[in-house]
Design a protein around this ligand. Structure first.
Ligand code: ADA
Length: 546
């Protein structure tokens, strides 16, 4: 792979038509890739088409790999359209003939204008900013006649140290290929693979478990002829049963936050050093869990969670989708595709212990339930080793939870007023307990007894420097967050919590403005520059003294 990360030429145009001939675009500056153009001086929060251009010396059949961008784009090679991109935050590959061996021009035209159709995966009403940019890495390589295109490692028996390794070949592969597997650089073992796809049960030499306390990673090198595929993986199991979540056979309590992979200066292209810092902060506070809301996570996030021993709930992209989205054939097809891609991309990350989709969909509707069933089936088909869930904000009306392994509720007692719940508005510990117990009666239903139960969102906003004991103050948020963590620690039925949220993140400065001062979702326990509010320190103290 040739990395194309770096500074690209950049031109901003309002209309898609203008870039069709590269000559129509005025490239006025250079911008970083990965990066979000609408956070750069001159283009800040502007809407339109941002055209990125670079030159690549290559020829013949090539594969261009985008790790993730958004919200959508067209890709041109020497002025010819080679593909479009419409699954934000998803990995995408484009195979095409690059032409003769020489320097070529690659254009990626990113369109961040509103697409509020019911087919869109990133419409304007979502509560996180629709930044335009190339969020993640770009690379290109010569496409070989055949290659190892996919390797999946699923731990089978921890005591015996065995794993099921699936290998897929792509291209004009031989009917039978000799595949060599080497763990951690040790002498390889060979197996014969017929028909380009197969699964082998292999023994991992000197097998060590992956756990938050000891996040040990093994490395697997798979070779066939001159083709090599490398991956790391962790030996650990996850099971949802008896109302609990078991990792390596032991019940776990998930304590942590919802984290948007976002930063006010970099958007969704958060530099690795800052990603790592966030995760270190979370771990140092005494937490062990993030919910990667609300889109497939970057390899950077997952690699660091693997290394630091942080559990991850990863989910494909969705947010409060209603009936019109849920009945759009294109929307559903996109949901299926992005969910499959996420499962395949992340399969070898031991940190991912839960997989989900469709945050707060209308799970009370039959069309919602069918989509939940379809997406759960895709996750199971790609990777039967992880429990599946979705965050439900209508647990009392829901009909879709029977389709998943883990019950997850987004609930805001002490913050939002919910007509069904008649929640307390001004939180007091007793009111919160009462509200939480009411939700927990759902988890007590006989049909849900086996399923672990997680509070996937809960919290309240605070404006830094705003003091007192009412909503929006740091004290109020701190009391609420501490009461939530205390409740989760004391309640055996509750498998965990992802508090909403790790840090403040940019939302839209639109109709939400009364509830989103500054155009930010202010429910972070840190502000957007990761400066702790009182709640952060209070929770740190609570977790330290438990
Ligand atoms: C929802 C949603 C979050 C966020 C939150 C809030 O539960 O899932 O993305 O918008 O509400 O702050 O209101």
């Amino acid at each position: 792979m040739i990395s194309l990360d770096g500074f690209w030429d950049f031109g901003f145009v309002g209309e898609l038509e203008q870039y069709k001939g590269a000559s129509a675009v005025r490239f006025t500056t250079t911008l970083p890739v990965p990066g979000c153009f609408d956070l750069e001086p001159g283009f800040k929060l502007r809407r339109g088409v941002g055209v990125y251009r670079t030159r690549v010396a290559i020829g013949g059949p090539v594969t261009l790999r985008l790790e993730g961008l958004g919200p959508k784009a067209e890709i041109l090679w020497d002025g010819q359209r080679v593909g479009e991109y419409d699954l934000p935050f998803s990995r995408a590959e484009y195979r095409f003939d690059a032409g003769e061996e020489k320097e070529h021009t690659l254009l990626i035209a990113v369109d961040n204008r509103a697409d509020d159709s019911h087919d869109s995966l990133f419409p304007g009403f979502y509560d996180f900013y629709r930044h335009g940019g190339i969020y993640r890495s770009v690379a290109v390589e010569r496409t070989p006649t055949w290659e190892i295109s996919y390797v999946k490692v699923i731990p089978r028996d921890l005591a015996a140290g065995t794993a099921d390794v699936t290998v897929e070949l792509a291209g004009a592969f031989p009917a039978e290929a000799e595949i060599a597997f080497s763990f951690d650089g040790k002498p390889p073992v060979s197996r014969k693979l017929s028909g380009g796809k197969g699964t082998f049960t292999l023994t991992v030499p000197d097998c060590r478990l992956w756990s938050p306390e000891s996040p040990h990673l093994h490395r697997l090198t798979v070779s066939a002829g001159e083709h090599v595929f490398e991956t790391t993986f962790g030996m650990r199991t996850v099971e949802a049963r008896a109302g609990q979540l078991f990792v390596n056979g032991k019940p776990v309590k998930l304590l942590g936050y919802n984290r948007h992979d976002c930063h006010p200066d970099f958007g969704y292209a958060v530099p690795e050093t800052l990603v790592r810092r966030d995760l270190e902060l979370i771990r140092a506070q005494g937490c062990n869990f993030i919910r990667g809301c609300h889109y497939p996570q970057s390899e950077t996030v997952l690699d660091w969670c693997d290394k630091l021993g942080i559990f991850v709930w990863e989910e494909s992209m969705g947010w409060g989708n209603g009936e019109k989205d849920l009945t759009s054939e294109l929307f559903r097809a996109r949901q299926r595709e992005q969910t499959r891609r996420m499962a395949r991309k992340s399969v070898n990350h031991p940190c991912v212990i839960l997989q989900g989709f469709m945050n707060e969909l209308r799970s009370d509707l039959e069309c919602g339930r069918t989509l939940v069933r379809e997406l759960a089936a895709i996750l199971k088909e790609e990777d039967g080793s992880r429990p599946v869930t979705f965050a439900c904000n209508m647990p009392f009306e829901d009909i879709s939870m029977p389709e998943v392994d883990v019950l997850s509720f987004n609930i805001y007692p002490g913050w939002y007023v919910n007509s069904q719940m008649s929640d307390v508005q001004q939180f007091d510990a007793e009111g919160l307990e009462k509200a939480l117990r009411k939700y927990e009666t759902i988890a007590e239903k006989p049909e849900y007894k086996e399923k672990p139960f997680i509070i996937s969102e809960i919290g309240g906003a605070a404006l830094p420097g705003w003091h007192g004991d009412v909503r929006w103050t740091e004290e109020y948020q701190a009391d609420l967050a501490c009461a939530v963590f205390r409740h989760v620690l004391e309640t055996a039925r509750c498998t965990g919590v992802a508090v909403w949220m790790f840090c403040d993140t940019r939302s839209f400065n639109d109709y939400r403005i009364p509830a989103r001062p500054r155009g930010f979702n202010n429910k972070g326990l840190m502000d957007e520059y990761r400066r702790p509010k009182m709640a952060w320190n209070a929770v740190a103290k609570l977790l330290k003294n438990r």
